[in-house]
Design a protein around this ligand. Sequence first.
Ligand code: SF4
Length: 682
Amino acid sequence: MKTTLDKPKDKCAVFGIYDHKIDVARITYYALYGLQHRGQESSGIAVSNGKRFKMRRGMGLVRDVFKTEKHISRLGKGFIAVGHNRYSTTGSSHICNAQPFLIQKDGRQIIIAHNGNIVNTEELKEKVKEIKLNSTTDTEVIGALLLESKKATWEERFDEVLPKVEGAYSLVISTRDLLFGIRDPYGVRPLVIGEINGGWVLSSEDCVFPGIGAKFVREIEPGEAVIIDKNGPKTFYKQKIKSRAFCIFEYVYFARPDSTFHGYSVGKVREKCGEILAKEAPVDGDIVISVPDSGITAAMAYAKASGITFGEGVIKNRYIGRTFIQPDQRLRELGVKIKFGPVSANLKGKRVVVVDDSIVRGTTMRGFVKLLRDYGASAVHIRVACPPLTDPCFYGVDFPTKEELIASRFMINSRQVDVNKIHEFIGSDSLHYLSVKGLLQAAGIDGTKNKDFNVENTPYCIACMTGNYKISLKENQVKKGVKRLAILVSNAGHGTNLQAIIDATEKRKINAKIAVVVSDTHDAPGLARARKHNIETEICRQSDKLLPLLKEKYAVDYICLTGWKQIISNKLIKAFLGKILNAHPGIIADTIDGTFLNPDGTKAVWNKGKMTKRAIQNVLDEKTTFAGSSLHILTQTFDFGPVLGRCFEKVEPNDTIDSLYSRLKVKENQMYVDALIKLCKE
Ligand code: SF4
C-alpha cells in the first residue's frame, strides 16, 4: 500500500533571484530545499555573472544533486540564479529533461525553468526552425521560440511567442543580465515575488521566504510578465486575462501549509475544509485519525469541529524503504503491517473516523481500511476533505487517467458519482466527500447563500472535480479515449518491442498510455527501459496474481506480450478475450490447418512452439527464403489466434541467427506499433 505516493503529483518548483550583494547560488539551493515537495525527480541551478552561465543539474533530490560544498561554489559568484525541482508530466524521467534549460543561438543564451503543462506542444514544436531541441519537454520549446524570434526587444519577443502558447505556465527566465517571471493568462500555477536585502526573488511558493530572509511582495498576476534588473521588478508585458483558473488543488494538497495564495493561507484553507466537512458529513465516532502523512490539518479541524478526539491510529516506519534486505515470504505476507504499526489504544474496539485530503485510485484507502480493521477498529468511517476526483489534469499535474480515478469508474451518469459503490469498493462503514461548494467556501468563495451561484464561475480551476476545463485541451483531447496498455516482458529479449511502443506512445502516435510493464524476473531489460521513461513496473511470478494486477490495479485495456507467454492462464485469456496481443516468431496462417506464403510465393515457416532464436535457427535449417514474424490475438488454442500483422525479412546467403534476427526485429517492432495505432484508435 502506498500512502502519499498515490496522490496526484505536482510538476515542478521554480525559483529565481536577482541580487548583487549575496551569494545567489546558495540562496537558490536553500530555496529549492524549501520547495522540494513540488518535485523530487531532478533538481538544478544556473547562475549568471553577467558574462556567462554556470549550471549544475542532476537526477534526484536537491541533496542528491548538490552533495558537497564544491557543487555550489563551482556555480561561481553571480548575481542572477534560476533554480528548478522537477516532477515530470511531459517528457520522460531522464537527465536531458532536468531543468533549468540553457538554450542558445548565435552567441545568445537564455536559461528557462517552468512549472505547468503546455497543451499545444506539438504545434509549437513545428514552429521551432533552427534550434535543436535536446529534451522531450514542453519547456524547451518556449525557450527556443523566444530565442529564434527576430524581434528586437524582449517585450516584442514575448508578445510574439506567449499568445501562441496554450496551457499552464509559470516561467522563470534569465538572460545574462535580466531575470523574468511570467504567468499564463489563466494563472493556473502560482508565482510570487519577494524582496531580499535590496534584491529580488521569484518563487512558486512564499513558504521559502522566511528561511532565506525574503519578504513577500506580491503575486505575479495572471498574464503578467515581470522584468527584474538593477532597478527592481517592473511589469513590462501583459496578456489579457482570459478567465482566472488558479489550481484549487494547490490548497488541497500540493502547496506547503505555510504558503499563502491570494491572501489565503494554505493551512487555514485546509482547516476550513475539515470544519466544513464535519458539518456536511457528521458521524458518530470515538476517534478521528489521518492517513500518514496526508490530510493531518483537515483531520484535526474535523475533530475539533465535531468534538471527537483527534489521535494517531498507525505509526509509519519511515525507514522501511531504505533497507536493502528483502523481506522473506512470511514478512511479505504481512504486507503493509511492516510499514504501519498500530496505536492499539486508539483503534481496538473504536469507531474510527479517517480524514484524508483526497482519494485517487481508491486502492490505498482500501488497504488502509483493511489495516485498521485488522488492528481491531470496530467501525471505519471515511471522510474526504475534497470532492471526488473524476477527471484528469492537463495543466501540469501528474494525474492518473480518467479510467484509473476511482470516482470516474463509479459514475451514475456522466457527472454524478456513485459514492456508495466507492464505499463498497473501499470496504468502509461510510464514506463522504466534501462538496465542491464546501471546498470553494473554504477557499474564500462562499456561494452557499446565493441560489444562482455557479461553481464554474470562480477564479479557480476545479476541472478535475467537474470535468469543465477552462483552457482548451487541443492535442490532449485525444487522451479522452486513451487506451491503457500492459506490456509483459521477459529476460529473453532486449526489450526492443517495448521501446518501440514507448516511443510511439510518447510521440502520441498510439492513442494509449503504458499503464505498467510486468515481468517475472528482475533481470528483464525491458524493466530498466520502462523505468527510464517513468513507467510503472511490477514483478509477478504467479498467474493467479496477474489477473487482479492487470484488471483491478491497472485497469488495462490491452495486454501486449513480448516473449512472455508462459504465465498467461486460460482464466486471464477469458477475462481479456480479444485483448491480448502476442508477437510470434514465424508466419501464422489464417486457419489452424492452413499455410501462408512468403512474398516470393514459397511456403512460409510457422515455427509453432519455437522461441525467438530457435525459430530463426529453424528458418536457416529449413533453407527457406524468408524469415517472418506475426502479431496475433492470443486464444486458448496453442500458438494460434486471429492475425493482426505479419512481417517478412529476406534470408541472405551469409546470414547468421544474429544478423537475420536483428533485421527482422526492426520490422517486428514496427508491426507491433502499427497494430496498436489501429487498435487504440477504435
Ligand atoms: Fe489543479 Fe485539478 Fe485544475 Fe489540474 S485540473 S489545475 S489539479 S484543479
